[in-house]
Ligand binder design. Structure first.
Ligand code: NAX
Length: 329
């Protein structure tokens, strides 16, 4: 568990004037993420977002939160990341008309490389980083490659939303409360290739075993979780910003305050575990050891699990090769 050395916490959020920021910042400012310490917020924005961020800062002030210390708007990365304990990198470039996925990877590489460098130079040496902006895994790999001196496991990407979506789908199917379920795993990329895996799933601590039929798992559950973002856009008319913000809160709160379950899904630079090549940022089951994420070891994978994991890892490798060719990692 993280033991704070003071009762203040400096937190940078990029893309703070966007949809996710509008939900996330209120959950940070109300004290729930950092254990009721006084929060000093840096809202990092660009272009038109800078003006909108001023409005966000005004509203945060108007909320009169007891745990909110200050709110500063920054364009300069070094100022924004100076002495931060936590950085949540939400701002990214959305895919434009006619742009390929490779164009998006490269455009975002140009954002996340300098952010990694500035974090290493200006943030606290023990800074905890969460990348939310898509393509989140490969953006995080770029941050990690540029954040010289920070340990790889300090740089994470968010698959907690996928993890939560998977729990919610199973809870509905079994007609149980989501809090009764644990040991869900999301492997791989935060994309349609991800592998939400119920093999180790427990209900009130007991294996769920054959309570879930295979046809439902392969034909409905896996594709539904993997494509839930698109389903939300279709129904709501906008992307899933509030649930994304809520999952970022879960990820950071657990990292700073500890988890009450054995593991959760976290994407972080691979150390070669489960045959996933080193360096690519892949989602694994992770536990907290001395306030650092550690990949859970020793799970035996069936042929089906291996095949699904290999497929999502192949996509991550392809993304990594694309940004490598462009000299971004
Ligand atoms: P918005 O378009 O509402 O907001 C993005 C904000 O980022 C804008 O205010 C923009 O000015 C700012 N920005 C752009 N470039 C920046 C830079 N270089 N530095 C600082 N700020 C910058 O998007 P929103 O709905 O908030 O989503 C943000 C990102 O989260 C997107 O990439 C989205 O795809 C991604 N998501 C990731 C999820 C995950 O589970 N990892 C789920 C939700 C979400 O789709």
């Amino acid at each position: 568990m993280y033991v704070p050395d003071s009762n203040i916490v400096n937190v940078a959020v990029t893309g703070a004037a966007g949809q996710i920021g509008y939900s996330l910042l209120w959950r940070i400012a109300n004290g729930e993420v950092f254990g009721n310490r006084r929060v000093h917020l840096r809202l990092i924005e660009v272009g038109e977002g800078l003006k909108a961020a001023k409005g966000v800062a005004m509203e945060l002030m108007d909320s009169a939160f007891p745990f909110l210390g200050s709110v500063k708007i920054e364009e300069d990365l070094h100022e924004g990341f100076r002495d931060v304990h936590a950085a949540i990198l939400v701002g990214s470039k959305p895919r434009g008309k006619g742009e390929e996925r490779a164009d998006l990877l490269v455009a975002n590489g140009k954002i996340f490389g300098p952010q990694g460098k500035a974090l290493a130079e200006a943030a606290r040496p023990d800074v905890k980083v969460l990348v939310v902006g898509n393509p989140a895994n490969t953006n995080a790999a770029i941050v990690a490659a540029h954040a010289k001196g920070l340990a790889p496991q300090q740089i994470t990407a968010m698959t907690r939303l996928d993890h939560n979506r998977a729990l919610a789908q199973v809870a509905e199917r079994l007609d149980v409360h989501v809090s009764e379920l644990s040991h869900m795993i999301v492997w791989g990329n935060h994309s349609a290739s991800q592998f939400p895996d119920v093999t180790e799933l427990r209900l009130n601590g007991h294996p769920v075993g054959n309570k879930l039929d295979e046809a439902w798992l392969t034909d409905e559950f896996i594709p539904r979780v993997a494509k839930r973002g698109a389903e939300i856009i279709e129904v709501r008319g906008h992307s899933s910003a509030a649930s994304a913000a809520s999952s970022a809160v879960d990820h950071m709160r657990d990292w700073f305050q500890g988890i009450d379950t054995e593991w959760v899904s976290v994407a972080l630079p691979s150390d070669g575990s489960y045959g996933v090549p080193e360096g690519i940022v892949c989602s694994f089951p992770c536990r907290l050891v001395d306030d650092q994420w550690e990949i859970v070891q020793g799970l035996q994978l069936s042929d089906f699990q291996r095949e699904r994991l290999d497929a999502t890892v192949a996509e991550l490798q392809e993304e990594f090769e694309t940004v490598k060719r462009e000299g971004l990692v």
